[in-house]
Design a binder for this molecule. Structure first.
Ligand SMILES: [Zn+2]
Length: 446
C-alpha cells in the first residue's frame, strides 16, 4: 500500500473549525511534511496509508490553540507578590525587577519555560511582545512553535537599549530580515500603549506597518484611569487617537479594549482592527470586563490571550475560554451572552484570523499547516462525553492535552515533551528565582 501520509491520526471526536463549530465522530487527519493532507471520516485503509499512526481513542482532535497576547519571558515573575496594590506591584516590583534582570539570558530562559507551558496546554501559536525579541524568537523557534514577536516601542528607553542601542526601528527591520525565511516566526511592531507613545512615534509605527505588512500589536484601554487621562490630555479617547494617527486597520491587534464607548467599538469594526480579550488578566488586575459579547454581535474580530504570567498567572487558554464565557454570562445576566463554541472559535480560527494567519492555521483543513492537538477525555471529570465542546470549555483543566503537533512536527507525545527538556529549564528558572528574591529583599530594606 502506498504511504500517503507521514503521520495518520484517528480520533474519537474532532472539531475541524471549518465555518461553524461542530463535532465530527471517528475522524482521520493525514499529515504530509508540514501540512495537513487529508481531514475527514476515518476509513480502515487510512491506517495502512500512514507511515506512523496514532489511534487516539477517547480523545478529541482540534487545531492547536492560539494565544494572541503574551509577554512570554514574564513567566520568571509568575506569582511574585501579586496581591499588593496594582501601582505598588507595577512601579515598586515589576519595573525595578525588569531594569535589574531583563537580559538576553533572562528572556531566553523565560521563553523556554513559556514554551514548555504552552506545549503542555496545547498552544501552538502566540503573539508576543517583550524585550530582546531576537532571543525570545530564537528560543521559541528552537522549541518548534509558531509565533509573532513584536519589537517594543515607547517614548522611554527600553531595558534592552543599554545593550542593543536606541534604534528600535533599525532593530525591527534587521529582525524582519533575519526571520524572513522562517515559516513559523514573524516579527511585528509593538508600540507599548497609547499612554507611553507620542503621536509622532505612533504615526511612524503605523506607516512602517503599512509599508512592510508587519502586524501591529499594542495595548488599548486596559485600566479604568486610561480613558479619562486620554480625554484630558488629547481631547479624545484612545481609540479616536489611534484612528486619527492611522494606527488602526486589519493588520492591527489591540489587547484588552476594556473601556470603549459604543462609538469606539464602531471605529474598531469599521477599520477591521482585532481585539485580543484577556479575561484572566483583566479580572486579576481589577481592570474591568471588556464588552466582548457586543464586539462579537457587532462584527468586531476578537481573539483570546492570557497576557503575561506576572498578571494572569498562567498561559493556559483552557482557563481563559472558561472565564471568557462566564464573565459575559454574569455581566449580561444572560447565560447565552457568550457560549462555549464562541470561545473555542476565538481560541482557534478566530485567533488565526485576527493574526492574519487564517489561511495557514486555525482549522483542520487540507493545505493548512499541521498544527493540532489531542485532548484526552479518559478522566473522571470528562465522563460521560455528551458534548466535547462543553467539556473543552467548561470541564477540561488543560493538562489533559496529550499530543501536540506544530508544522507537522510532534512536540508532545502521551503528555511528555519531545522537543524540550523540562528538568534543565526548571533548574534555570529556580536560579533566577533565588536572584530575584535576594534583589527584592535588598530593595525592600532600602
Ligand atoms: Zn499585556
Amino acid at each position: 500500500m502506498k504511504k500517503l501520509f507521514d503521520w495518520g491520526i484517528r480520533a474519537s471526536w474532532a472539531l475541524p473549525m471549518n465555518g461553524e463549530v461542530s463535532v465530527e465522530n471517528d475522524f482521520f487527519l493525514g499529515v504530509k511534511g508540514t501540512d495537513i493532507a487529508f481531514a475527514g471520516p476515518y476509513k480502515p485503509s487510512h491506517k495502512t496509508q500512514s507511515k506512523k499512526f496514532i489511534d487516539a481513542k477517547g480523545m478529541v482532535l482540534l487545531p492547536g490553540l492560539i494565544n494572541a497576547h503574551t509577554h512570554l519571558p514574564m513567566t520568571l515573575f509568575r506569582g511574585l507578590e501579586d496581591d499588593v496594590p496594582l501601582k505598588v506591584w507595577l512601579f515598586e516590583r515589576i519595573f525595578p525587577l525588569e531594569k535589574e534582570f531583563v537580559s538576553p539570558d533572562f528572556v531566553k530562559t523565560g521563553t523556554e519555560l513559556a514554551a514548555l507551558e504552552c506545549i503542555r496546554f496545547g498552544t501552538t501559536t502566540v503573539s508576543d511582545m517583550y524585550f530582546f525579541v531576537e532571543d525570545s524568537a530564537k528560543a521559541w523557534d528552537k522549541a518548534g512553535l509558531r509565533g509573532i514577536f513584536g519589537q517594543a516601542f515607547m517614548d522611554f528607553p527600553l531595558p534592552e537599549d543599554k545593550k542593543l542601542g536606541p534604534d528600535h526601528f533599525g532593530r525591527f527591520h534587521a529582525l524582519r530580515k533575519k526571520f524572513a525565511k522562517s515559516d513559523r516566526i514573524q516579527i511585528a511592531l509593538s508600540p507599548h500603549a497609547p499612554y507611553t507613545c507620542s503621536d509622532d512615534l505612533l504615526k511612524k509605527i503605523a506607516a512602517t506597518s503599512k509599508e512592510t505588512g508587519a502586524l501591529l500589536h499594542t495595548h488599548l484601554s486596559e485600566s479604568v484611569d486610561e480613558e479619562p487621562e486620554s480625554l484630558a490630555k488629547f481631547g479624545k479617547t484612545q481609540t479616536e487617537r489611534f484612528r486619527d494617527l492611522g494606527v488602526l486597520g486589519p493588520k492591527t491587534i489591540c489587547a484588552h479594549a476594556v473601556h470603549l464607548t459604543p462609538s469606539d467599538r464602531q471605529i474598531l469594526k469599521d477599520s477591521g482592527t482585532a481585539v485580543i480579550h484577556n479575561p484572566d488578566s483583566n479580572l486579576k488586575l481589577g481592570s474591568g470586563v471588556a464588552p466582548v459579547a457586543e464586539y462579537l454581535a457587532e462584527g468586531v474580530r476578537v481573539a483570546l490571550g492570557t497576557d503575561g504570567s506576572a498578571s494572569a498567572n498562567d498561559l493556559s487558554l483552557f482557563g481563559v475560554m472558561d472565564l471568557a464565557t462566564k464573565v459575559q454570562k454574569l455581566t449580561h445576566n444572560d447565560n447565552t451572552a457568550m457560549i462555549a463554541s464562541q470561545a473555542l472559535w476565538m481560541a482557534t480560527q478566530g485567533g488565526a484570523n485576527a493574526l492574519n494567519l487564517g489561511d495557514q492555521i486555525g482549522s483542520l483543513s487540507p493545505g493548512k499547516k499541521a498544527d493540532f492537538i489531542l485532548v484526552d477525555f479518559n478522566f473522571p471529570h470528562l465522563q460521560p462525553v455528551h458534548d466535547p465542546i462543553s467539556h473543552l470549555v467548561y470541564s477540561a483543566q488543560g493538562l489533559e492535552v496529550d499530543t501536540v503537533f506544530c508544522n507537522g512536527k510532534m512536540l508532545m507525545k502521551a503528555k511528555k515533551h519531545v522537543s524540550l527538556k523540562p528538568a534543565a529549564i526548571f533548574a534555570k528558572a529556580e536560579s533566577y528565582r533565588k536572584k530575584i528574591r535576594a534583589f527584592l529583599a535588598k530593595l525592600k530594606a532600602s
